[in-house]
Design a protein around this ligand. Sequence first.
Ligand SMILES: Cc1ncc(COP(=O)(O)O)c(C=O)c1O
Length: 398
Amino acid sequence: MAQSLFINPTPTLCFKGQSKNHGNVLFNANKPNPWKSSLAKSTSPRALETEIPTHWYNIIADLPIKPPPPLHPKTFAPLQPQDLSHLFPDELIKQEASDERFIVIPDEVVDIYRLWRPTPLIRAKRLEKLLDTPARIYYKYEGVSPAGSHKPNTAVPQVWYNAQQGVKNVVWQVRASYDQKPYRKLMMQTWGAKVHPSPSNLTESGRKILEMDPLSPGSLGIAISEAVEMAALNEDTKYCLGSVLNHVLLHQTVIGEECIKQMEDLGETPDVIIGCTGGGSNFAGLCFPFIREKLKGKMNPLIRAVEPTACPSLTKGGLRYHGMAPLLSHIYELGFMEAIAIPQTECFRGAIQFARSEGLIPAPEPTHAIAAAIREALHCKESGESKVILMAMCGHDN
Ligand SMILES: Cc1ncc(COP(=O)(O)O)c(C=O)c1O
């Protein structure tokens, strides 16, 4: 097995393994790297020497004001671990409430991460040329994972901790996505999942919705209600979430930990770090380790979240449920980052420019980060500044 080649008997604090990985191609660190000579000549240099982190970074440990505790939806008292035990396995509940700075990534999870990690850090030289900017634009590309995005960084450990407790999982997908995104459903089914369009008639909450509206297209809220109900009623079933929760953001910090090292290897320090925010997980994953370095006074990048003007949350706030990670909202309130909103047409325009220069067709979400990076690069063109712009490119369009 190739994996056995990459175990380092003396791991350092945050990084382990002798693995060197170009995209998703692994090779033995003790043998000459067949990719190196061709890459050295490449116009898009990729950091090659990175290793997979052995720890996730928990930013809560470094915050001067801790985030307020989540409240019980019925009593409004702070949630206790036992309130969550029917939803999540014990280890994930601990991670949700932890204030430990570093949390060890289980070896078996690291082994699976090796399928696509470390992910490449790519300089967008062709985009720079197209924009005629003196800025240097880098993107950390999570699209090399099997699912084509950053999501497996947390899906894998969530499944692993659940499996340790003998949990079985099923998936509820919003009916509209079930019909409109058939490839996502097919991918999940190919990997062995049972996928139900929500609202379904398998749960009380789903049946109630269907009674009122048999053609309901579903919503994230309804799908969550069905999944939570299933988890609450069945001993062997738990609930998993792909964003928003503290432990999801925690797992995504492998992105930023790798990237700090990759930027160091290239001799670069970011002036601006940009990422899109839906629930906040890919953005937090890239930025939290950089915020740590910023708090230590090692660098001073601007950290900028980008959301759609059509459904803003950080830039509008308000008293409604906005679906943004509470931890990220707290960090925003503390002033460690800024947020902007960009209209869809500008995002699509940016995505086309990116696809036609860099070759990758981005997922809809990172088009927001791309548009913001292009804005920044064009400002640099006007001002003549050669800023280093680092962007989270969290997935491709599949
Ligand atoms: C590729 C991709 N990027 C980004 C997101 C937004 O989520 P988050 O803000 O948690 O990264 C999603 C949401 O599902 C996604 O599929």
